[in-house]
Design a protein around this ligand. Structure first.
Ligand SMILES: CCCCC/C=C\C/C=C\C/C=C\C/C=C\CCCC(=O)SCCNC(=O)CCNC(=O)[C@H](O)C(C)(C)COP(=O)(O)OP(=O)(O)OC[C@H]1O[C@@H](n2cnc3c(N)ncnc32)[C@H](O)[C@@H]1OP(=O)(O)O
Length: 194
């Protein structure tokens, strides 16, 4: 056994997460990190437009209204779309730690069908950190923060530097992004992380 695993259970030696002193204040809205992000970008007409707020721990909350464009079966949300909403919410936890991280593993339990027009209330929290790996869990509830539990997820995110995107992204989008001062500000916010 190499000891290298992608399981979403924190390994021995994992430590509790620490809320970064410059994390957004509890209740503060975390704006979209990228205009054309399918999960949160305002520039994607059929995107999910997930809106995330900072929590008071190392956690975030979000809402997502399921639209007709998100169907998998008549009148019901597609499971992959729901997993995307969870991924987006979990991904925003990077703001609470002030690190950029990409999804390594995302395990989702679909507990209830989710009809079109439902407002899903999502909650995500970091449970542990081990080196570059960030362990997190999320829930999705129907209609309100205390509504019926429709989704549950566990995930491992892996910390990366801005160079990850510059190296792997299609050059046209990377160049456009680097030419946009607002976008550069987002990236810089993470780079100054001590
Ligand atoms: C210039 C433009 C900049 C614009 C962006 C700027 C800022 C962004 C700002 C804010 C972001 C805010 C919000 C984001 C919200 C939502 C976004 C949704 C998130 C996504 O939707 S994101 C897309 C899907 N995602 C991917 O596109 C990842 C593809 N993949 C890779 O890019 C590599 O695969 C990577 C980097 C994961 C690892 O590669 P690597 O070479 O860096 O690291 P390495 O392999 O050495 O692993 C190091 C340690 O991670 C463990 N590990 C590795 N892989 C794992 C896995 N799969 N699961 C669990 N653990 C794993 C190893 O086991 C080892 O652990 P240990 O050290 O203990 O052995």
């Amino acid at each position: 056994m190499s000891g290298r695993t992608t399981a979403p259970t924190p390994p021995d030696g994992a430590v509790p997460p620490v809320r970064h002193p410059d994390a957004p204040a509890p209740g503060e809205t975390i704006g979209s990190h990228y205009e054309y992000c399918f999960g949160c970008g305002p520039g994607v007409p059929h995107g999910l437009h997930v809106e995330v707020r900072a929590g008071d721990g190392v956690c975030v909350s979000a809402e997502f209204r399921v639209k007709e464009a998100h169907q998998g079966a008549p009148g019901l949300a597609h499971g992959g779309v729901l997993a995307t909403a969870l991924d987006e919410t979990l991904g925003s936890l990077g703001w609470m730690l002030r690190v950029i991280a990409v999804t390594g593993r995302l395990e989702t339990d679909f507990l209830l069908p989710v009809p079109v027009d439902t407002v899903l209330h999502l909650h995500a929290e970091v449970t542990a950190v081990h080196g570059r790996k960030i362990y997190a869990a999320a829930t999705g509830r129907i209609g309100g923060p205390e509504g019926p539990l429709a989704l549950r997820a566990e995930a491992v995110f892996v910390e990366v530097k801005v160079d990850h995107f510059i190296e792997h992204g299609r050059p046209a989008e990377i160049q456009a992004t680097l030419a946009n001062p607002d976008q550069v500000k987002v990236a810089r916010a993470f780079e100054v992380n001590p």
